[in-house]
Design a protein around this ligand. Sequence first.
Ligand SMILES: Nc1nc2c(c(=O)[nH]1)N(C=O)[C@@H](CNc1ccc(C(=O)N[C@@H](CCC(=O)O)C(=O)O)cc1)CN2
Ligand SMILES: Nc1nc2c(ncn2[C@@H]2O[C@H](COP(=O)(O)OP(=O)(O)OP(=O)(O)O)[C@@H](O)[C@H]2O)c(=O)[nH]1
Ligand SMILES: [Mg+2]
Length: 450
Amino acid sequence: MKEDVSLERETFAAISSPVGTGAIGVVRINGPESHKIVKKLMSKRIDDIKYRMVYHVELISENQIIDEVNLVFYKAPNSFTGDDMVEIYCHGGVIVTRKVLDALIRNGARLAERGEFTRRAFLNGKINLIEAESIYRIIEAKSEKALKIAMQNLKGALGKEIEELREELLNILAEIEVSIDYPDDIEIDENKIYMKLEAVAIKVKKKILEGRKGLHLSTGVVMAIVGKPNTGKSTLLNRLLYEDRAIVTDIPGTTRDVIKGEIDIRGVHFIIADTAGIRKTEDPIEKIGIERSIKEIQKADIILFVLDATTGFTNEDEYIYERIKSYNYLPVWNKIDTNNNIKELEIPHIEISALTGKGIRELEKKIVERVKEIIESGETSHVITYRQYEALQRAYKYLDNALKGLKIGLEFDVISIDIRKCLEEFDKLIGRTFSDDLLNTIFSNFCVGK
Ligand SMILES: Nc1nc2c(c(=O)[nH]1)N(C=O)[C@@H](CNc1ccc(C(=O)N[C@@H](CCC(=O)O)C(=O)O)cc1)CN2
Ligand SMILES: Nc1nc2c(ncn2[C@@H]2O[C@H](COP(=O)(O)OP(=O)(O)OP(=O)(O)O)[C@@H](O)[C@H]2O)c(=O)[nH]1
Ligand SMILES: [Mg+2]
């Protein structure tokens, strides 16, 4: 249904300035009909419109003046989107911007979807996918550092590095393929191939390690609250967020899905995920919830392992401990306001009452100490989205496979499969290849009008 409309009416419009009152509001219209639609509304008739020039006119619809505005016409492909486009600078009121938008819609445009202007810029080859993502990060940046790496990416930082790695891999692949095609004529130096491939792998690995820091700076530190059912995880989430976000009951298995909240703790931005209590269960919904908890463990930079002082350390805790011990976790004994059964663990732990708030400040301090080590160590890379991070991880996996294959003397045609897979990941990362689903996921984060 939605798609039919967009095919029918390719020209779309949106308010691009923030909702609210401001000195000036910006309304944009993009697509083949955009010039015609705006001209219809102009008080002056201008026959040979000059592009990228500011016109001062009144917009008139149904004999009523909508507003006195400035206008700029852009002619494809010389616009932000690469399409025909018009920018309208009107007065910045909530009603007046909406009336300008209404007039455009009534004259044949449709409403833009989230991120659709930027999406057009990507589809028209004006920017690559990493640059599109960096525009979003620029808008969302909450610190100067975050803004700086996003801005460097808009100027192609990560994209260029990936293009270079891609070239190196293509060269290696070419050498290998020649030897596959002409096995008798070409003598290939396997050692040299190995070293070239290893050099690429090392660079990718470095990107991944540094990428973690880039992610922290631009999105926040991911903290998962994990434990068996009923230990007070949701109570703790609410306490840390200063907000009644998650449902709390005394029934074990209350939280079914991952519940997230964001907050600054001592100057560090955290994304906190409260998870379903982990236990063996036959309940199909709870099972899915627990699978999600396990996924959050893998994504987290720090895990709060919540233990219940009223039960002590049980077999269920042991089961979870086995799953998290290789990650960065912090044991937290909760409910110390009650008679407690705290068993000393070898590792340092923290004691709190999520209910009364006792020990929470110390917990926050400990958490920040732990993550500061990660945040402040090493270089920053230009990886600024989880998508980019995961693509690099997959790329590395294929390179590693290829290297292992070379070591044990696999045939070149087998090695070349892994190299191609890695190239595919690079292509997806930059957006050289993409699916509608991927674009929908990326641009659905944007605001309308961007
Ligand atoms: N008024 C206005 N300000 C804005 C934007 C916008 O779309 N409109 N931007 C939106 O994000 C950012 C600037 N980015 C822009 C990127 C490309 C083009 C553009 O017109 N590109 C043409 C011409 C290039 C040239 O002559 O330099 C092109 O690529 O062909 C404009 C703005 C921030 N400020
Ligand atoms: N006495 C005491 N009770 C607490 C404390 N924290 C949580 N509780 C109680 O423990 C029960 C479970 O709390 P929840 O926060 O729902 O526990 P949960 O770990 O999220 O449970 P699931 O979502 O089922 O895994 C509730 O009755 C809470 O009021 C605490 O510090 N002291
Ligand atoms: Mg819960």
